[in-house]
Ligand binder design. Structure first.
Ligand code: ADP
Length: 268
């Protein structure tokens, strides 16, 4: 799974990664779904339970990707067995007037996980160097300083006991087109369709290059980015689940000892 981790720094080329790739799993879609449901989902549930019971560590998962890249679907599929008590999703939309009256990390910092908690960021502070850059919502001399600011912010979170994992769901332009058409043509999905998405689609190349800079400049030891081939939803799900399982296992968590006298307690 380390092959998807971005370590190349300034040499990283997003166009060099194939969104259609499915090479680490031979079994195909049906088998992948079975592995996800029967092995990976339950294992994530166990690890989340341990994290919650231990109550010492915090886990932050960042999900970014182009429109229709599958952020919502990933959350639903990967975490479907996890107890809602220990997990929270924070979605970042167009900032409110109150949010805009503060620094861009203000709304983000208040959503970070506390002890024993997993928080999934559905979009994140990275919007402030993506949509904000592409639409020129602030001048370059403002957004360009944010890469270092974000690295410092994440370094501080990591130093305070937060494990950070960031995923870029990598789809192709053709796949986005197909998914938008499906939204347009399926009555149950039409509510998700927005004409604004078509304007955003025209800016595809600008977004890809903004993403490339994000991946070059903010994949760090303490908060790595993974670029996940995401044209095949089943592959995306098992890659992300596996990376999360490996990350959580590396924390070497233990259930806390029972309170003294538990084993001999008489329950009448
Ligand atoms: P989603 O596409 O995540 O399912 P929405 O359709 O409501 O949800 O889109 C949220 C929108 O908010 C996106 O277009 C995103 O670019 C925008 N957004 C998020 N953060 C910011 C920000 N800091 N500044 C401007 N726009 C933002």
């Amino acid at each position: 799974m380390d092959r998807y981790r971005i370590t190349a720094g300034s040499k990283f080329q997003l166009a060099g990664i194939d969104p259609d790739e499915t090479s680490l799993f031979d079994g195909g879609k049906k088998e992948a779904r079975k592995v996800l449901e029967e092995e990976l989902n339950p294992r994530l549930e166990e690890l989340q339970d341990l994290l919650y019971a231990e109550g010492k560590r915090r886990v932050l998962i960042v999900l970014q990707g182009m429109d229709t890249s599958g952020k919502d679907g990933t959350i639903r599929s990967v975490f479907n067995a996890v107890d809602p008590l220990g997990i929270r999703v924070a979605s970042f939309k167009v900032p409110s007037a109150e949010e805009l009256a503060h620094d861009y990390l203000w709304r983000v910092h208040r959503q970070v996980p506390g002890n024993g908690e997993i928080v999934i960021f559905n979009r994140s502070h990275y919007e402030d160097v993506l949509v904000v850059r592409v639409h020129k919502l602030v001048p370059k001399n403002v957004w360009s300083k944010r890469f270092d600011q974000i690295n410092d912010f994440e370094r501080m979170l990591a130093a305070s006991g937060t494990t950070i994992v960031k995923f870029f769901l990598h789809i192709s332009s053709d796949e986005q087109k197909a998914r938008l058409e499906e939204r347009r043509d399926t009555p149950e999905k039409r509510w998700k369709f927005s004409l604004g998405d078509l304007d955003e689609r025209k800016l595809w190349d600008d977004y890809q290059s903004a993403y490339q800079d994000v991946l070059r400049r903010t994949s760090t030891e303490w908060a790595p980015w993974y670029v996940v081939p995401a044209n095949a939803k089943w592959y995306r799900n098992i890659v992300i689940a596996n990376i999360l399982i490996k990350t959580l296992e590396s924390l070497d968590m233990k259930y806390p000892p029972a309170p003294k006298g538990t084993e001999t307690a008489v329950i009448e």
